[in-house]
Design a protein around this ligand. Structure first.
Ligand code: ADP
Ligand code: ADP
Length: 219
């Protein structure tokens, strides 16, 4: 019989390390990494209609409306590589998105396996965002102090140029943190109520967070 699909929802504020951890764990878990922010950035790069709609929200640190976001992520989840499940990163970010995801999974007889919530104090997040650099070609993430590339400003994986995201500038970051606490943090109680929430200490070195997540995901 085929293995039951596994859906993991990584919760956590901006720059808590969701993308970094998903990138490290996706191979050993043999699951695709579905990151809504990356999907939006692809659309922006390709200058698609969806990208044009999303841009004004992303630029000011607001959430893209639920209908656009839900349709984009569900489309991604319907592709063949997600038949075995997915590591979701950055989605859901509102209760409406979480309900839409639950409904879609229930319809297929599936459910979320576990929701690790990566906990990091706000002041640490501000430092992480400020030093985040991203590869223009593949989206791999680095940090100017905590996660350096081998050669300055060049991606280890494909030699792409590293850049700072526009929405990682300080003004927008403050707004994104506000949005997180108001619109996304209620998901912590939502998933606790479903019995799938596990808190993970994100305020430790990258390897230590990966180790803690491995334990949570094995349980
Ligand atoms: P971070 O990794 O710092 O948390 P993301 O790359 O996930 O940031 O998201 C960047 C921006 O893309 C968000 O500020 C928001 O504008 C938009 N976005 C990403 N995911 C969602 C979502 N699930 N719902 C609405 N907007 C989203
Ligand atoms: P998210 O996907 O939650 O927005 P990222 O994975 O992009 O977060 O991480 C944000 C920034 O912080 C990146 O520059 C990354 O290299 C760095 N980072 C991630 N985890 C840690 C950690 N445990 N300690 C220090 N820096 C980290």
């Amino acid at each position: 019989m085929p293995k039951k699909p596994k859906y993991i929802v990584l919760l956590g504020p901006p720059a808590s390390g969701k993308g970094t951890q998903a990138t490290r764990l996706r191979e050993e878990l043999d699951l695709p990494h579905v990151a809504s922010g990356d999907l939006f950035r692809e659309h922006l790069k390709n200058e698609s209609e969806l990208g044009a709609k999303a841009k004004e929200y992303i630029d000011r640190g607001a959430l893209v409306p639920d209908d656009i976001t839900i349709a984009m992520v569900m489309d991604r989840l319907s592709r063949p590589d997600c038949e075995k499940g997915a590591i979701l990163d950055g989605f859901p970010r509102t209760i409406a998105q979480a309900e839409a995801l639950d409904a879609a999974l229930v319809e297929q007889g599936h459910k979320i396996s576990v929701t690790p919530s990566i906990v990091v104090p706000d002041e640490v997040l501000v430092e992480r965002v400020g030093g985040r650099r991203v590869c223009r070609m593949c989206g791999k993430t680095y940090h100017v102090r905590f996660n350096l590339p081998q050669e300055p400003d060049v991606c280890d994986r494909d030699g792409g140029e590293l850049y700072q995201r526009d929405d990682d500038k300080p003004e927008t970051v403050r707004e994104r943190l506000k949005v997180y606490w108001k619109q996304t943090s209620p998901l912590i109680e939502y998933y606790r109520g479903q019995g799938v929430l596990v808190e993970v200490n994100g305020d430790q070195p990258i390897d230590a967070v990966t180790e803690e997540l491995r334990t949570v995901l094995a349980g």
